[in-house]
Design a binder for this molecule. Structure first.
Ligand code: PMP
Length: 420
């Protein structure tokens, strides 16, 4: 029995196992993972998008160590703390103000992305007095009951065992290809009292669908969606849990589209250090909960405040980092296009935006086989999409060009082995 099998035995009875990477990792730095035996892997998964600034980012690590050494408060729930104050001040000064958001407030919602989605949906329902919510085909918003109801993937929804209600699912941007106007379709359905669609409280949307297969909405579609929301008095919730915090080349995935969602959900890379942290950012007039009405024990961990403030201060006070993400995104995209041309100009497609990219394969088995081959050669990479058909590149944004080159060479060979 090898150590990995022993590990699984120790874990027997616990439904928490790793299906894709049969090794035991011990250390991680930047864009690299290192096993107990000392084998190095390039990380194209980045903790499912939680590590945009890399593993153990030295700037964030230093800030956290200093805080710990000074016996900084760990958890005080709703108490004011210096770390909370610093995070809020930094987030407003560096992120919200330069983007002319206007009067938006931040609410801490709990440790995970799902907590933010739940809060956003609950708030939208309370504010509008309506229960129905529009979400989209292939959308992913979490696995807690409210968030799950808005998630498209039938495999995930099936885990509830019963139908989940109060959601009208609509076709995402190019679900039917680029000839079908899905906004006009929605407008007609929402304007027609006999369509059977109750007036929705909100529309929840990912600007780039992460788990759903790297489908990217265009700026035009997002602007029309915002207009549709205004016309039918629905709140626009942008779920930026995966696409936010710089992943698409700007802090928010929608910020160059000229839209202003009413509520934004953020989590994953917000702490920048893999620490659980989630917020909703909302127009102040939506902040209609009485104190204590929406609570939860782990809202706002001070260690996450410390690393989040340090990350925002370090990476977002000028546009150098954003530009580097855009440049690296281009390099990865070009390398992907080469792979497509080489192994399947008619069956492979590059998808996504910024550094949230993937190659769509003919089916899930092919994509999984490619990921397995890549792992053998030292690249940690996973699939996404409702049929797991997309090989998804979600590397830390601080990855070096040399590491991108190595990773893309591995991916090229893996495609060659499976499709060549
Ligand atoms: N929304 C999006 C867009 C996500 O990608 C995810 C996680 N993959 C979630 C919500 C749920 O976040 P969590 O798993 O932290 O609950």
């Amino acid at each position: 029995m090898n150590t990995f099998e022993q590990f699984e035995q120790h874990e027997s009875g616990i439904r928490s196992y790793c299906r894709s990477f049969p090794v035991i990792f011990k250390q991680a730095r930047g864009a690299e993972l290192i096993t107990r035996e000392g084998k190095h892997y390039i990380d194209f998964l980045a903790g499912a998008g939680t590590l945009n600034y890399g593993h153990n980012n030295p700037v964030l690590k230093k800030a956290l160590i200093e805080y710990l050494e000074n016996d900084g408060i760990t958890h005080g729930l709703d108490m004011y703390s210096e770390a909370k104050e610093r995070f809020l001040e930094t987030f407003h000064r560096v992120i919200l103000e330069p983007r002319s958001f206007g009067d938006y407030v931040v609410q801490f919602t709990g440790p995970t992305g799902s907590n933010s989605v739940e809060a956003a949906l609950k708030l939208a329902r309370k504010v509008t007095g309506r229960s129905n919510v529009i979400s989209f085909t292939n959308g992913f918003h979490g696995v807690t009951v409210g968030a799950l109801a808005t998630t498209g993937n039938g495999h995930h929804r099936g885990a509830a065992g019963v139908p989940l209600t109060d959601v009208s699912r609509m076709p995402y941007a190019n679900y039917f290809g680029d000839k079908v106007n899905t906004i006009a379709m929605m407008d007609k359905l929402l304007s027609d009292p006999s369509s059977g669609i109750d007036k929705p409280a909100a529309v929840i949307v990912e600007v780039v669908q992460g788990e759903g297969g790297l489908n990217a909405a265009s700026a035009d579609w997002m602007r029309k969606l915002e207009k549709l929301c205004r016309k039918h008095e629905m709140l626009l919730i942008a779920d930026d849990i995966q696409a936010g915090c710089g992943r698409t080349g700007t802090f928010f995935s929608f910020e160059e589209m000229g839209i202003k969602p009413d509520i934004i959900t953020l989590s994953k890379s917000l702490s920048g250090f893999g620490l659980p942290f989630a917020v909703v950012v909302m127009r102040r007039e939506l902040d209609q909960w009485e104190p204590g009405e929406h609570n939860g024990t782990f809202r706002g961990n001070n260690h996450a405040f410390v690393t989040a403030a340090a990350a925002i201060e370090h990476f977002w006070t000028n546009d150098e980092f954003a530009k580097s993400v855009q440049a690296k995104g281009k390099i990865i995209r070009e390398r992907m296009q080469k792979i497509v041309r080489k192994y399947g100009p008619d069956s492979l497609f590059v998808k996504g935006r910024g550094m949230m990219l993937g190659i769509s394969c003919p089916d899930g088995d092919t994509a999984s086989a490619i990921c397995r081959e890549a792992f053998e050669m030292g690249l940690v990479i996973e699939t996404s999409g409702n049929h797991s058909q997309v090989v998804k590149c979600l590397c830390p944004l601080i990855i070096s060009e040399e590491q991108i080159d190595q990773a893309m060479s591995i991916l090229d060979k893996a495609f060659g082995k499976v499709m060549g």
